[in-house]
Structures are given as structure tokens and as C-alpha cells.
Design a protein around this ligand. Sequence first.
Ligand code: HEC
Length: 96
Amino acid sequence: MKKVLLVAASAALAMGSFTVQANPFDALGCSGCHGAGGKSAIPTYPSLAKSARPDLDVVKALKDFQSGARKDPTMSAMAPLVAGQEQAIADYLAGQ
Ligand code: HEC
């Protein structure tokens, strides 16, 4: 019985971390503004998906918001929250 519970718990854990790794964009709330898969239907929020924005450098944009080189009331607050995950986000968006 104990063993079964343990297996179930580690499976749930593995699934949890897989979700975060597979899609940090949703997990971090970015899709709330930028749309599912970074495809936005609202002009205020730019699309970020590679298919819509082939020339966008997501990592650079996030680092610029973090450093203050680029300022936006929303993104200057959001970007620091994803420190260390810029590349994972960019990788996800590259497949969209
Ligand atoms: C509350 C709404 C909101 C949320 C949540 C949000 N963003 Fe943004 N984001 C914006 C707005 C507005 C802009 C446009 C800012 C500008 O023009 O400088 C933007 C711009 C960007 C850009 C630059 C796009 C470009 O065209 O240069 C990137 C990259 C970005 N966001 C990534 C993210 C990521 C990653 C997250 C999740 C951690 C996120 N955003 C969450 C509103 C949001």
C-alpha cells in the first residue's frame, strides 16, 4: 500500500515538473496576455510565437526589460519573475 502511494506521488511530481518544463509560458501566466502559444488576438499584447514573430529575440527582450534598457509598465514587472527561464520560454515559443 505504501509503495503504491509512493509511486502515485512520484508520478504526480514527475508530471508536474514536466508540465512546467514543457510549457513555462502557460505556467508563468504569460499566455493570459500574449495568448495561447504566444498567438495574441489583442493588439495591445504582441504575439510572441515564432510563426507570428520570426525576428523577435525573446531572450533579449526579457533581459532588456529586466535590466531597464527597455521599459514597459507591465513587462518591467513581469520579466524579473522569469529570471533564469528566459531560454526555456524562448524555446517553447520557437515551436509555436
Ligand atoms: C498583463 C499582461 C502581460 C503579461 C501577463 C505578460 N506580458 Fe509580455 N508584454 C505585455 C505588453 C503590453 C507588451 C508590450 C510592451 C512594449 O511594447 O514594450 C509585452 C511585451 C513582451 C515581449 C516583447 C515583445 C516584442 O514585440 O518585443 C516579450 C518577449 C514578452 N512580453 C514576454 C512575456 C513573457 C515571457 C511573459 C510571462 C512571464 C509575459 N510577457 C507576460 C503584456 C504582458
